[in-house]
Design a protein around this ligand. Structure first.
Ligand SMILES: Cc1cc2nc3c(=O)[nH]c(=O)nc-3n(C[C@H](O)[C@H](O)[C@H](O)COP(=O)(O)OP(=O)(O)OC[C@H]3O[C@@H](n4cnc5c(N)ncnc54)[C@H](O)[C@@H]3O)c2cc1C
Length: 717
């Protein structure tokens, strides 16, 4: 940008002069952008005007010696001498020709007959005074300095926001004494910033209280943005722009805010993608990423407002003119759209009208990105590369959408078999698909919005029981620092076990499913049934001999939207599209933990079953399940888990006292090793478990070498 500066300094002084071919600006003075400009000079005029070209060549010759290479001057002459538009005429003379002609006008001392002034009239070939050139040079070099900081700080912001979580993740490799580690995890990692609420929203659904770890990240992100907004400016006095230092400072800050806002747009897209690399590398949960997405979005909008407000105030005398310019209007509309997104994404709306939130969010975000691009394009075309920020954000957004589509189409159209358990719960089976973690289900036949989709945890997939599900948790574990040594033999043992396992007896017999599938006439599903994929389940009875097909099982609770439509559907088999799979819960080092304590509420059981199934082979696994429905408890086949050694405790219509459970389990296990507490259920229960885990880590100071870790599955975000 602005290289070589010495030549741009010459251009910026001479171009403030009126030329013979300049045209008078007849517009009302109040409507003009800059009240100093009473004439306009086109690129054609600059390209053809002898006086301008010769004066420019002479100025470059005088002031650029030793400051720029010859090729730089030639490039400047070809690309920037008459302006910096992407499409513009070439100067009438080459640089050498112009210089030779200019030198015909010099006296014996090599001086031109006249000296050009700022905002004067250029009628004869003139030189630029050293004083004016110096002023222009320092003004431009300050502008270049600030422009370079804009892009460097934008890049720095993106890099730091990506690197900080990775660095925090790597901190886990540092082994602290157990006592310190417990306290750090409890006080920084798991505790809510204040009080006990984290999953339970604040009163009136004002928002959620982040954990202290999350709050530390959010605070760093805000402080980083503020620092990058406030530092790295230079404003020369006097300057050729005829503006005060404070005016220049604020203009630069407005532009910095614009660039940082663009950088945050990219970070927002990075955090909200379902195919989120950050989740993979940091092991932070997707709901944490969505929390960051929201906070980054607030900062992004704040910066867009700073950008708009400063420019608005600076242009108050010329507003009538500005509102006739497309780039200005688009900027105003785009910032307006950003502001509309905020109330439409409030927790109160998300809870009450999730579909309105999602649909409006996607549409508005699309127009915001489009608006940002056109705002830049209409102002600068592709001259300064600002559009690259928007490309980056759009690339991440489109990339995620593309991957979602690939995952969706890869699964093909399937048939979901609905089995009503009672008025509140149902089981859904989708034969012919294997996956672990959670998937997004689309029921195009049930809703007038075929794109509507919702996440559901895979409670079981015959294939998942050992191979895919274990694989998912092994992957999590193998990335962990500790345990990798002693974990390998455990996993090897597991593989041996696996060979001897019997088949899992599923609740729905293949034949009943087959008849329902025939009703649903799912081609791919029936193919799956014709070629059963038999995968064994540990300690299963192995006697039934009934073949099992690959298939996903979900337990769902009736809500008001698509789940209610599923319950009310007159058909027992409906068309479904499966997008996924998405990773299971990131459970740190599950294979090496001595005890896995799962505390589930209601349909939250779905998310804990795969973890139990995987852990019962390598350590003690306990389930505490509170459920209002005996029918749901009966529907989930717990016998196989019991046979596999899982300790199962169920309460119907009563609550577990979770702090007693956690402290008992911690007391029993900590002398041997780590306890992982996996909570999946209502928000109140999740917060109770969180508080209990914090308390256990803080109070059991002498209870051996283990730690109590919390993993939470949240069924809403
Ligand atoms: C990772 C994950 C796994 C889940 N697994 C299960 C499961 O196994 N069984 C089960 O019954 N439920 C599960 N849920 C919750 C389930 O996705 C929602 O309850 C379901 O989308 C509600 O559909 P609805 O249209 O009937 O809800 P509505 O009546 O429209 O809304 C009910 C509540 O669910 C929230 N919600 C609605 N849609 C979504 C969505 N797409 N994403 C997040 N929250 C939403 C709303 O904000 C509202 O608070 C899971 C959620 C997540 C995030």
């Amino acid at each position: 940008m602005y290289r070589p500066l010495c030549a741009f300094a010459c251009r910026d002084i001479l171009s403030t002069n009126r030329l013979a071919c300049s045209t008078t600006n007849h517009e009302d003075k109040a409507k003009r952008h800059n009240d100093q400009v009473e004439f306009e000079t086109s690129a054609h005029c600059y390209a053809e005007d002898n006086v301008y070209l010769l004066s420019l060549a002479q100025c470059i010759e005088t002031h650029c010696s030793g400051l720029a290479e010859r090729w730089e001057l030639d490039r400047f002459w070809a690309l920037d001498a008459v302006g910096s538009q992407s499409v513009q005429p070439q100067p009438a003379y080459a640089f050498d020709e112009a210089l030779q002609s200019a030198q015909n006008h010099t006296d014996e001392a090599g001086r031109l007959p006249s000296v050009a002034t700022l905002h004067g009239t250029l009628t004869i070939v003139s030189e630029v005074s050293g004083q004016d050139w110096q002023m222009a040079f320092s003004s431009i070099s300050d502008s270049v300095y600030v422009e370079e900081r804009h892009s460097q700080y934008g890049i720095l912001l993106i890099v730091l926001i990506i690197v900080i979580p990775l660095a925090v993740h790597l901190l886990r490799l540092v082994r602290l004494p157990t006592l310190w580690e417990r306290k750090t995890v409890a006080l920084l990692g798991h505790s809510a910033l204040f009080g006990k609420r984290h999953a339970v929203p604040l009163p009136y659904d004002l928002g959620v209280v982040p954990t202290r770890g999350q709050a530390a990240f959010i605070t760093s992100m805000i402080v980083l943005n503020l620092c990058l907004l406030l530092i790295g400016y230079r404003v020369a006095e006097p300057n050729i722009y005829g503006q005060t230092a404070s005016y220049r400072f604020l203009s630069h800050m407005a532009n910095r805010a614009g660039i940082l806002s663009f950088a945050n747009l990219t970070l927002m897209m990075l955090c909200c993608g379902r195919n989120n690399l950050a989740v993979r590398f940091t092991k932070w949960s997707y709901s944490t990423m969505l929390l960051y997405h929201r906070w980054i979005a607030h900062v992004c909008i704040f910066e867009a407002l700073v950008h708009g407000t400063i420019h608005f105030i600076h242009h108050i005398p010329y507003l009538a003119h500005k509102f006739t310019q497309a780039y200005w209007n688009l900027g105003v509309i785009t910032v307006g759209l950003m502001c509309v997104v905020v109330p439409l994404s409030a927790l109160a709306v998300r809870k009450r009208a999730y579909e309105l939130f999602v649909d409006s969010h996607v549409v508005l975000s699309f127009f915001v990105v489009l608006g940002c691009y056109h705002h830049i394009y209409m102002k600068f075309q592709h001259e300064w590369g600002y559009e690259n920020w928007v490309y980056l954000a759009a690339f991440l957004w489109a990339g995620d959408r593309l991957l979602r589509t690939v995952k969706l189409l890869g699964g093909g159209i399937r048939t979901a078999v609905i089995t009503h358990i009672d008025d509140e719960y149902a089981r859904i089976d989708i034969p012919g698909v294997k996956a672990s973690g959670h998937v997004y289900l689309y029921f195009p036949g049930l809703s007038w919005r075929p794109w509507q989709n919702h996440p559901f945890s895979i409670a079981a997939s015959v294939h998942e029981s050992i191979s895919s599900d274990d694989h998912a948790y092994e992957e999590t574990a193998s990335n962990e620092e500790t345990g990798s040594e002693h974990q390998r033999p455990l996993l090897a043992e597991k593989a041996d076990d696996q060979n001897q396992l019997g088949a899992l007896k599923r609740e729905s017999s293949s034949s009943s499913l087959a008849s329902l599938l025939a009703e649903g006439s799912g081609r791919s599903s029936s193919t799956a049934l014709e070629k059963p994929d038999v995968t064994p389940w540990p300690h299963g009875d192995g006697q039934s001999g009934s073949p099992q097909s690959t298939g996903l099982t979900f337990y769902i609770r009736r809500q008001r939207g698509i789940t209610a439509q599923l319950f009310d559907s007159p058909h027992q088999a409906v068309k479904v599209l499966v997008e996924g799979p998405y990773r299971p819960l990131p459970i740190p080092n599950i294979a090496a933990c001595a005890t896995l304590v799962c505390i589930a509420g209601g349909v939250g059981i779905s998310a804990v079953l795969p973890a139990l199934r995987s852990h019962c082979l390598v350590g003690r696994s306990v389930l505490y399940w509170g459920c209002r429905s005996q029918a749901l408890v009966d529907a989930v086949d717990m016998d196989a888990f019991r046979r596999a050694g899982v300790e199962i405790h169920v309460k119907i219509n009563a609550r577990w006292i979770v702090h007693e459970i956690v402290s008992e389990e911690a007391r029993a296990t900590l002398p041997l090793g780590d306890v992982i507490v996996l909570a999946s259920g209502p928000n109140e229960m999740a917060d109770d478990v969180r508080a209990a885990v914090v308390r256990a880590n803080l109070t059991m100071s002498h209870a051996g070498r283990g730690r109590v870790r919390l993993v939470e599955e949240s069924f809403s975000w």
